[in-house]
Design a protein. Structure first.
Lengths: 451, 252
């Protein structure tokens, strides 16, 4: 009876809320008050996939949703990734009939790492996909191992099928010697190196036994093919294997059979992993490989987080990156350096976090700014509240100091760009700061999804 | 002069490589011959050959490895610290020098150079910004902390808390300063973010290595060539002032 009341109240409140254009958390909050165990009593769909990880979860989920839609699946997903259990409760009850049976055949969730572990305490998905675990948002996440332990407690001794990035050592721990694990990863990738190129190595020690981890190669940062000679922990054999080679430059192959075409510029290396993860995820949700490839063709151009703009006679591209996330910054810098034509790079750090009050700039020193030594990068402009901290950090590299200009106020930075730009403009900044720049220039093309 | 960067990989979580780097650059700029040697897990370490030892913060599991690795050097390290060799330990690395580290289920012995105890829990992480004060430096210290431990039993406090909290929740004091051992839970590039603290730290270092006369040489003018030029000084100080001001606004 409690269950019935909770669902009814939630539905009524949601109906009113929709009419008044209110948020989604209140109906779920009340429903949980009426019956705290409501989510355990629901007859869930046969397939539920939660996607989590430091980077790429929004892109991956959006792609899977697109694939499901193109293939006429009856599914529901939390667009934009509500990170509150109340919102998720509203979402689930809204999809149920009054007897508590889900109408959709599939539920798809995006959850940040911190929220994923909370969510798992309320209900269990059939599949949990983890993209990667990096140094990211210290106030929310602590450190990667802390995040790992939080999620691990919630998935231990469950029959959840884990869908894991085999090239990420910490993520791989979830599936070490465990059945019910599906692995994805890249064998070949353009730009792979024998030695690590980033400024720190989170793959130096085996996360299982702490002995040295040996790498055959690195695709980027500590993502690659690894093996621990002491305990046998290693990159698992992948069921979804990507191959991205010079011969297949306009796309890449999955399992040497399925071609994923990529038809846009300024793509970051992490995006290839998102595509592979989306392929694996949707295949596990019952979509045929051929149909996935076909669906992705109509999608890929919409997803990448790039904003093109004009500033007087100059063309520019804003690469949305994540503050507090050195891997994200490394990938954006790599896009700029690989452009390989004269350009001006702009970095804006004005507000470090949207959610938390933090002045922690230690992550600057985890970024490989040394890449900016490239002769094609003519100028480096630093702007925003933390531009002086950035200037200090860049001064400690071998980048010629004459290349660097510093403007605390973003309008001053734009004024300088009007008269002093060389080549194309590339801007690196976060969601929290992007509009401070974009509202001053002429935006021509917004292909991005806010997370 | 020889700087030891202890466990640059094992104890590396928050850009702390900047600390030995800035020491190296400043000393070089002052015309002092300086080398920074990195020694990681399992490496042979001859502690006696160094003038200053730096160790940064790491994963909790890595800190445990560091304790394991350092145990054989315990006596050597104790002797060194008591003789006044400068140690700077940031983040959870300074817990290595205390007596025991307790977790929810068990505990392990740490080096026991100092008498304090550390207790670790896995429920809540504390990540926050701080303003601290110390007799060692006229200007306040700014920084960020990211920890899941409490420390009890420190008598020789390094800092008095101005904003944030100290060794345990609501504690007014933070870190340890005894002999020339400086231990604080502040993580990241503490020496880069606090130029005035860095000056005094370098003075202490030079006084120990070169004797009194260099210490009295108050000419702090740095040459306008190389990385540490005038504009660098401006950036460093401006960054410090802006952050301090912002933290002070939060404090009210």
């Amino acid at each position: 009876m409690k269950k019935f009341t909770a669902i009814l109240v939630c539905k009524v409140l949601r109906f009113i809320g929709k009419a008044l254009k209110r948020g989604t958390s209140l109906p779920g909050k009340i429903a949980l008050k009426i019956d705290p165990n409501i989510l355990k009593k629901i007859e869930m769909p046969r397939r539920i996939l939660i996607v989590t990880g430091s980077n790429g979860k929004t892109s991956t989920v959006e792609m899977i949703a697109h694939i499901l839609e193109k293939n006429s699946k009856k599914f529901a997903f939390n667009k934009g990734g509500s990170n509150q259990i109340q919102g998720v409760t509203t979402f689930i009850l809204d999809d149920c009939n009054l007897f508590g049976r889900a109408k959709s055949d599939i539920f798809l969730f995006e959850a940040d790492e911190h929220f994923a572990k909370r969510m798992l305490n309320f209900f269990k998905p059939t599949h949990l996909l983890i993209t990667n675990l990096y140094r990211d948002q210290q106030v929310r996440n602590g450190n990667p191992e802390w995040v790992y332990k939080g999620i691990e407690q919630s998935v231990n001794n469950t029959d959840i099928t884990m869908v894991l990035n085999a090239n990420d050592p910490l993520v791989s721990c979830f599936g070490f010697n465990k059945e019910n694990t599906v692995w994805f990863g890249f064998d070949n990738m353009i730009g792979t190196t024998r030695e690590i190129t980033s400024v720190y190595n989170d793959g130096k020690f085996c996360p299982k036994c702490k002995n040295f981890l040996e790498y055959e190669y690195y695709h980027y940062n500590h993502i690659g093919k690894f093996c621990c000679e002491n305990c046998g922990f290693k990159t698992a054999k992948t069921q979804y294997t990507g191959n991205y080679t010079e011969e297949e430059k306009e796309g890449f192959l999955i399992n040497n059979e399925y071609k994923i075409k990529i038809s846009f510029e300024n793509i970051s290396i992490g995006f290839y992993y998102n595509l592979l993860a989306a392929f694996a995820g949707s295949n596990l949700l019952g979509i045929k490989a051929e149909d996935i490839c076909k669906s992705l063709e109509s999608f890929v151009s919409k997803i990448f987080r790039v904003v093109k703009f004009d500033l007087d006679k100059y063309n520019g591209v804003l690469l949305i990156s994540k503050h507090e996330n050195s891997v994200s910054y490394d990938q954006s810098i790599r896009v700029i350096v690989e452009y390989n034509e004269p350009c001006t790079a702009v970095i804006i750090v004005d507000n470090i976090s949207r959610k938390y009050s933090t002045n922690n700039i230690s992550w600057f020193y985890d970024i490989d700014f040394e890449m900016f030594k490239s002769e094609k990068v003519k100028k480096i402009i630093l702007s925003g509240f933390y531009c002086n901290d950035l200037a200090v950090c860049l001064s400690l590299t071998e980048i010629p100091i004459e290349k660097i200009s510093v403007f605390e106020k973003i309008p001053d930075c734009i004024k300088y760009l009007r008269d002093n730009t060389e080549g194309k403009i590339f801007v690196i900044t976060c969601f929290s700061d992007k509009d401070k720049f974009l509202e001053e220039v002429a935006v021509c093309d917004v292909n991005e999804i806010d997370s | 002069m020889k700087v030891l960067h202890l466990y640059p990989n094992l104890m590396n979580l928050y850009g702390e490589r900047a600390n030995p780097l800035i020491l190296y650059l400043y000393l070089k700029n002052k015309g002092i011959q300086v080398t920074v040697e990195e020694r990681d897990f399992g490496d042979e370490i001859n502690f006696k050959t160094y003038d200053v030892v730096y160790i940064g913060s790491g994963l909790e599991s890595n800190r445990k490895q560091a304790v394991k690795d350092l145990f054989k050097y315990r006596e050597e390290i104790l002797e060194l610290i008591e003789s006044g060799v400068i140690f700077l330990a940031t983040g959870n690395s300074f817990e290595i020098f205390g007596r025991n580290i307790y977790s929810e289920a068990s505990f392990y012995k740490s080096l026991g150079i100092f008498d304090f105890e550390t207790s670790e829990q896995s429920k809540k992480r504390f990540a926050f910004d701080v303003i601290f004060e110390t007799e060692f430096c006229a200007k306040p210290i700014i920084g960020s902390i990211n920890k899941c431990t409490e420390i009890h039993g420190i008598e020789d406090h390094f800092f008095k808390v101005n904003f944030g909290f100290g060794d345990f929740y609501n504690s007014e004091y933070e870190g340890i300063r005894k002999y020339n051992f400086f231990g604080t839970h502040i993580t990241g590039p503490i020496l880069v973010r606090n130029p005035y603290f860095l000056e005094n730290f370098l003075d202490l270092l030079l006084k120990r290595v070169k004797g009194e006369e260099v210490f009295n040489d108050k000419k702090r003018e740095i040459s306008n060539t190389g990385i540490l030029n005038k504009s660098f000084e401006t950036y460093v100080r401006r960054a410090y002032e802006l952050t301090l001001l912002r933290l002070k606004t939060l404090e009210v």
